[in-house]
Design a protein around this ligand. Sequence first.
Ligand SMILES: *Cc1c(COP(=O)(O)O)cnc(C)c1O
Length: 364
Amino acid sequence: MRIDFANLYKAHQQYANEIEKAIKKTIEKSQFIMGEEVQALENELADFTNAKYAITCSSGTSALLLAMLSSEIKPDDEIITTPFSFIAAAEMIALLGAKPVFIDIDPLTFTIDPSLISSVITPRTKAIIPVSLFGHPSDMDKINAIAQKHHLIVIEDGAQSFGSIYKNKKSCNLSPIATTSFFPAKPLGCYGDGGAVFCDDEHIADKIKSLRIHGQTKRYEHSRIGIGARLDGIQAAILRVKLKHYPSQINARIQVAKLYNKYLKNPEVILPSIAKETQSVYAQYSILCKNRHSLEHKLKQNNIPYAIHYPLPLHLQDCFAYLGYKKNDFPIAEEVSEKILSLPMNPYLTENEIKYIAGVINSL
Ligand SMILES: *Cc1c(COP(=O)(O)O)cnc(C)c1O
């Protein structure tokens, strides 16, 4: 049996006709950067999330940067975020000269524990950037309530959670500003780099649109310092096809997770937990295993691909040594990073493949 971790090629094959037609049409119109496809995609992304504005951009990382620039995050501002994630949010905070302030995570959802926010708020705190990890939304109601009380900005990093649901609302429409990524391996991926920022405020939306084209308001007139962070027309054309089919892809991912839940029966292994009134899009299906080393060995022996998201928490990364954090500062994030392991997850895994993977893990 040859099992594929993300199976991106199968996803292409499924919609190849439509996607190749869309690419060809974009090339024939020579709308390589921005253009009609980008505008149409932005309307469809706004419809999908129910956010008023969706502004596409060149990646999930640039989406975070644009969101932070539009919120006037400045050097020495303190931004509360998670130490257990991909680096992009903490990295963009630091790139702007602001200070990432980490708090520990919830042991079940791996997203920031809202009850820890208040203890790190100072007069310099400007924003909270929760990451909705592995497809599971952060506890946004609690986060928003604290933010409102202290007049803080909230930017949900929804790079992994686009399409997930929290209390009947979609991720990326749970806070005043949110971002996502269309990196190929994300649940909704394009064929290169891409991302988007979401918001309800027209003024912020206009600012983000200008920031993504070098702070331009009119052609060659620059009212602010921005960056070049536009989306390609071809990526937009591909995303429009994939967005149309995305609900069925989400359902297929949920079915795969259900089958894992059904067949995995090793008491040493903790399965993903989903909070109440929440639907994950399972960007990853990540389990906790006390003896990860032997699990890795066993998976390798049986040709089962896996990934470790993430082996080293951010507060212990060399690039953040200057922040002065040390081991044991965030015990849950540290413990999870030692036990976590992501199993193959994609809409095309068959019941037999899942049974086989579970069998190998159950016999550990
Ligand atoms: C992938 C990812 C990003 C960055 O997205 P890119 O499109 O790769 O720049 C940001 N945050 C999280 C949580 C991610 O998983």
